[in-house]
Write a protein that binds this ligand. Structure first.
Ligand code: HAM
Length: 442
């Protein structure tokens, strides 16, 4: 016999039922806040043509050079598991001609993503994100409102006090804006290679802006004295950012200006922001990240400029912080009733009873195999039900059932035909898990 057992591959994890209670709660909060502001849900495929990500995220970024799960299909076409959501959503906007919809188009998603990263705390190879994108218009008021929604979600999750918003503008591609800054930044670093980590040495010519957010001590010192992007912003970018700051003030949103926040994806222009855990000085693990991407649609083939902005949050990181902060989530999984039976005649009566209980919204499980009543009661305890219904040979003969209150250890005999009503009364109408067809459950 082959005794080999399997574990999940490195960097991926099962989401077990108790974990799913958090996921369900987060999804509910996200859907609620999305609906309130007119966002509608989108799902793009798990994989896209590799080119969609290469062009969007940028050929020299860490994601594209090191982290993509890329494979060929049977016809030799290169496909990639999505490492992030924005590229696919913008591709979809163009493909489905969403420019003809009322603008801006507001979309959100809750999806798994895949990056071949070095697994560590808060960093997985498959991870879930919820993300919001506003596509089709550019105005600081849009940025402010998106940030507001992202903050409201954090509040609903009980985490707002634990996080802080970092904000920056990384300018645009106009010659006198970011390109001029990048040129001066390179010149500043050239000649200092020996004080830079190996990673930064290779970034210097490929992706110089990332030199600013390196976490190595020596590189951090160099970054402190480097040219500041805020001194290079063109008039339009500067005004845009000032207005955003003004509007955030109007909405009482506090933020930390962070000149070193550049983000790891190439498509950003102007506004970039991240939410990080307070006290996480190394800011290794942002909870959310986002920004404006006014040039992305054209890179993906749009014939007209289509501005956009969005953010995405890592659900694993959020769950981790909720747990560390002791945030509890309501669970609908708790069972009401355990049905224990003895003998085949009792089983025949209990199967329809279970169905009736469930139809009425009583969450019920039953021991329908063999086993002594004592054993079944122990099982009922482990399911942590408040009530157990017992039907044995005597009860079948007499047309009764026993309802046992598991906490008190007391029990009473009721007519079998009255069991359902009795149990409903004990549990209470508002506790019943009923569903009216057509009702929106989330
Ligand atoms: P990102 O900063 O790469 O941005 O990821 C957003 C969030 O996803 C991070 O803040 C983090 O919480 C989570 N995350 C990223 N990588 C991992 C990982 N390996 N394991 C666990 N969690 C992770 C984006 O993905 C952009 N598409 C965000 C955006 C939307 N920008 C505009 N629209």
């Amino acid at each position: 016999m082959n005794t080999e057992t399997f574990q999940t591959p490195k960097g991926v994890h099962d989401i077990l039922p108790q974990e799913h209670e958090f996921y369900t709660f987060i999804k509910k909060v996200v859907r609620h806040r999305a609906r309130q502001s007119g966002y509608r849900r989108i799902s793009t495929p798990i994989f896209e043509f590799t080119e969609v990500f290469k062009r969007s995220i940028g050929n020299d970024t860490d994601i594209v050079t090191k982290e993509m799960y890329t494979f060929e299909d049977r016809k030799g076409r290169s496909l990639t598991l999505k490492p992030e959501g924005t590229a696919g959503v913008v591709r979809s906007y163009i493909q489905h001609n969403m420019a003809t919809w009322p603008q801006p188009v507001e979309l959100y998603y809750i999806e798994p993503h895949f990056r071949y990263e070095r697994p560590q705390k808060g960093r997985f190879r498959q991870f879930w994100q919820y993300g919001f994108e506003v596509i089709g218009e550019s105005d600081p008021a849009i940025d402010a409102q998106l940030i507001y929604v992202s903050l409201k979600i954090l509040e609903d999750l009980g985490l707002a006090q634990k996080c802080e918003l970092h904000l920056n503008s990384i300018g645009c591609m106009a010659k006198n804006c970011r390109p001029k800054f990048v040129e001066d930044l390179k010149n500043y670093y050239i000649g200092k290679e020996r004080s830079m980590c190996a990673e930064c040495q290779s970034r210097l010519h490929k992706n110089p802006m990332r030199l600013l957010d390196c976490k190595e001590e020596d590189c951090k010192i160099l970054a402190e004295l480097a040219p500041k992007l805020s001194d290079y912003l063109c008039k339009e970018c500067k005004e845009f950012h000032e207005q955003l700051i003004d509007l955030l003030g109007e909405m009482n949103i506090t933020y930390t200006p962070n000149a070193k926040l550049v983000r790891g994806l190439d498509y950003y222009t102007k506004t970039v922001f991240e939410f990080v855990e307070k006290g996480d000085d190394r800011a290794m693990n942002s909870l959310f990240g986002g920004g404006r991407y006014d040039g992305l649609a054209e890179i993906l083939g749009a014939t007209e400029p289509v501005p956009g902005i969005g953010f995405a949050a890592g659900i694993e990181r959020i769950v981790d912080l909720m747990k560390r902060e002791g945030v509890t989530v309501p669970s609908k999984d708790a069972l009401h009733v355990f049905v224990a039976q003895l003998g085949y005649e009792a089983k025949k009566k209990c199967i329809p009873l279970l169905a009736q209980l469930r139809e009425a919204g009583v969450k019920a499980v039953g021991a329908l195999g063999k086993g002594a009543i004592k054993h079944q009661l122990r099982l009922a305890d482990r399911f942590e039900v408040p009530y157990t219904i017992l039907v044995g040979i005597t009860e079948v003969r007499e047309g009764t059932a026993i309802i046992r209150d598991m906490k008190r250890g007391s029990q009473k005999v009721v007519k079998f035909d009255d069991v359902l009503e009795e149990i409903k009364k004990l549990i209470g109408e508002e506790e019943l898990d009923t569903y009216t067809p057509g009702e929106v459950l989330y």
